[in-house]
Design a protein around this ligand. Structure first.
Ligand SMILES: [Zn+2]
Length: 478
């Protein structure tokens, strides 16, 4: 039996997070707004109005192009893509065709074996979104809020080889969009939409069997499941000696089934022509330089630098560069701590990240600023507080916004490490618990931990546990 290889390309639509739409001053993001509440004569295509380009759209799209290593074009055009659909009130969509904003480019995809694979970009252009059609109670309802919302359309080459790789690409793209702060990239809200072209071929062969297209997969899990299901279906068909037909499929996430939308995809004649109501987009040297000045160090570069500069394991570097404000937080905390960065990473990944997730916030928005985290670790290092008090300080600082040292003073949290006080508490614990003392003396020395626990409780967590243990052993040996 022949082994088959999958060949996958992804087409994504990315909603840019501009305040206003691409050609009018209507609010761009209508999530949770009532239908048809953010519309005007321009975006609903009434006669006698003219579109005006929103510069922020070009800047955000060009930033993405630069991050994808694509060539930003000094001159590009808007084009009319003519088709007729109820949710497209103008009868055309303003898009870009043969002279798009950027050309070429790739996204580096980290592979499980530690290498990276460049996934090429075949198309990157800006366009306006269309409205939304909804069928309800036998009526067809149309919401024009989404008309004129700015999109970047980005299409990869057929470079992905499995459902997992396709999912990885979307994960990395989403990370990049958020990192650049140009899109919320929330798939459930439609900020990032994905269609997949899937075909297979016998391993080692060049020619492909016919491809199919899967439309509108709205989560990372759906991308992976829909593509995997389609690869398996195509493999079964080919092995049974059947032809694969050029279907367009729709993924039903609830039932995990692909449904046929239409059997034959005819290349529609969109009769493209340059949009006569808009000037071409001219990105001159100055504007280009201004845009590129906004380009931050990218996630994979930063990950490599974290491994190199801070001597972090790859695992840590991966997590700390998942999100930009988290990686800024780490660097600031490491600078404030000015000692072993791995120690900062441990506190951040274990305790601070849990707090960020529990409170559904971002590292950059914490009241526990990086300097306070460094201060808490130093308080533990110096023995001023023990580790568990240090951990409880994280929440206390976040709740009050006070500095850790201030809270230690206010609440009297400093560790008790003078011998006399601890000796008194240890003696009390021994006096009050004759039975455990007897079993300890009878040879069951493993219960020393229980005695330490009693001392910690009596001291309200402030005793130095090492000192308490040594003292108890000494007293119990008498
Ligand atoms: Zn409008």
């Amino acid at each position: 039996m022949a082994e088959y290889e999958a060949v996958i390309g992804l087409e994504t639509h990315i909603q840019l997070n501009t305040i206003t739409k691409i050609f009018c001053s209507c609010k761009a993001d209508s999530w949770e707004d009532p239908p048809n509440s953010n519309i005007c004569p321009v975006c609903t295509g009434l006669p006698g109005v003219l579109p005006v380009m929103n510069k922020a759209v070009v800047e955000k799209a060009a930033l993405l192009a630069a991050a994808m290593h694509a060539e930003i074009q000094p001159l590009s055009y808007f084009d009319r893509k003519n088709y007729f659909y109820p949710d497209l009130p103008k009868g055309y969509q303003i898009s870009q065709y043969d002279m798009p904003l950027a050309r070429g480019g790739y996204l580096d995809l980290p592979m499980p074996d530690g290498t990276t694979r460049p996934v090429t970009i075949e198309k990157l252009h800006v366009e306006e979104d269309a409205g939304k059609t909804k069928n309800e109670d036998g009526y067809r309802l149309i919401d024009f809020n989404r008309c004129g919302v700015p999109l970047v359309e980005m299409v990869t080459g057929p470079d992905l080889r499995s459902a997992d790789e396709a999912a990885q690409y979307i994960i990395r793209l989403r990370q990049l969009l958020r990192w650049l702060e140009i899109s919320e990239a929330n798939m459930e809200k439609g900020h990032l939409r994905c269609d997949a072209n899937v075909s297979i071929r016998p391993e080692g062969a060049q020619a492909l069997f016919t491809k199919t297209e899967i439309k509108n997969v709205n989560s990372i899990v759906a991308v992976r499941d829909a593509i995997q299901t389609e690869i398996e279906r195509q493999t079964r068909e080919v092995e049974a000696g059947n032809e694969i037909e050029a279907w367009t499929l729709e993924w039903d996430e609830d039932s995990g089934v692909l449904r046929k939308m239409r059997s034959k995809e005819t290349e529609a004649d969109y009769r493209y022509f340059h949009e006569p109501d808009l000037l071409p987009i001219r990105v001159d040297e100055q504007w280009r330089a201004d845009i590129l000045a906004q380009l931050p160090e990218l996630p994979l570069e930063r990950r490599a630098r974290f491994i190199e500069q801070y001597d972090l394991p790859e695992y840590d570097a991966n997590i700390l560069t998942e999100e930009r404000s988290l990686s800024d937080y780490f660097e600031n905390a490491a600078a404030a701590y000015a000692a072993d960065p791995k120690r900062v990473s441990n506190w951040l990944m274990n305790d601070v990240l849990r707090m960020i997730n529990d409170r559904d916030t971002k590292a950059g928005d914490l009241a526990l600023i990086p300097e306070y985290l460094a201060e808490i670790i130093k308080l533990v290092d110096s023995g001023t507080v023990n580790t568990s008090t240090g951990k409880s300080l994280l929440e206390k600082v976040e709740d009050t916004g006070k500095s850790p040292s201030q809270i230690v003073v206010d609440e009297g949290l400093a560790q008790v490490s003078d011998e006399d006080s601890i000796r008194v508490i240890c003696a009390e614990v021994i006096d009050e618990n004759p039975e455990p003392v007897a079993s300890y003396k009878g040879g069951k020395t493993s219960i020393i931990g229980w005695f330490v626990g009693q001392v910690m409780r009596k001291s309200q967590g402030k005793a130095d546990p090492q000192m308490a243990k040594a003292m108890l052993e000494e007293l119990l040996a008498e």
